[in-house]
Design a protein around this ligand. Sequence first.
Ligand code: UT7
Length: 307
Amino acid sequence: MTGTSIAGWGTSLPDKIVTNFDLEKILDTNNDWIVERTGIRERRLGGTTESLATAATIKALKTADLDLDSYGGLILATTTPDKTTPGTSALIHKNLGISGFAFDINAACAGFIYSFVVAHQMVKSLNQPIVVVGADTLSRITDMTDRSTAILLADGAGALVIAPSNEEDCLLGYDLQVDGNLEDILYCDLGGYLKMNGKEVFKRAIRAAEKSTNKVVEEAGYSMSDIDLLVPHQANKRIMDALSERLGIPAQKCASVIERTGNTSSASVPLALIDSIESDSLKPGSLILMTGFGAGMTWGSALVRWQ
Ligand code: UT7
């Protein structure tokens, strides 16, 4: 086996639905403002990162249908681990017994892109399948009296299995970046709540994602018109729309679950990607362009071929 493919997928969301109308009761906000300025109508809150990540991973393992002992390991992208140590990835191992290593990656809302790239390279070097999960329980670091963040942030998980295959590599190119000088536009102190300069993040996110996606697509020898599915971090529908417009990718080719999930950080890209997989939007050979950005400031993009 010389190539790689996405062999399994699964998602998990908490049962509790919180609508904009629910938030109207506790915050100085309203449904119309939230829908117009963010595209979000409802979000799911609750659970632990371990429980959501485990549930998503169980589904991904089932779709992949590979021997648990054949795995090289598991990588969990999360901004909200359940404990300082051990990593929440070890708790998933405790629940499921996947063989090999397990470690967490915290690259905020770009975490799933970072983790996908690392996992892919490890599948190549080990010649074994690897689980890559994005899971967050942002509700645990959200100040529910702060309307600038409480309307956006939510909980969820999405998992993929990347496995050796007889096809070409599924990862065609990537770009991973950070600018630590921008730490103070989006951060959460230990034991504290997430603080965000929304306008600054908004502006920088669009610019960073545009530059990064263009670089990846060009370097891989493609053009934006070749892209079948854009999977942006589900931060704000206006950011997603501005990005697809700048890239010249029509809105119907832009994966979007934000209306019902809100911003789930590390989980948002896999939730949107898996929604497209499960609605049969992808065909063998489809080109997927994933991009994420978040605290750090981190950002990154990956170009993937659906096999
Ligand atoms: O995942 C990590 C990355 N995070 C992001 O990408 C988030 C990026 N930022 C955003 O999504 C947006 O900046 C927000 C949704 C956070 C805010 O939207 P905005 O369009 O930038 O609003 P704003 O802060 O400029 O506020 C516009 C107006 C203000 O009123 P005035 O001064 O015009 O009278 C705010 O006080 O809207 C008011 N406002 C609200 N009104 C109702 C701000 N938040 C709310 C609210 N409900 N929740």
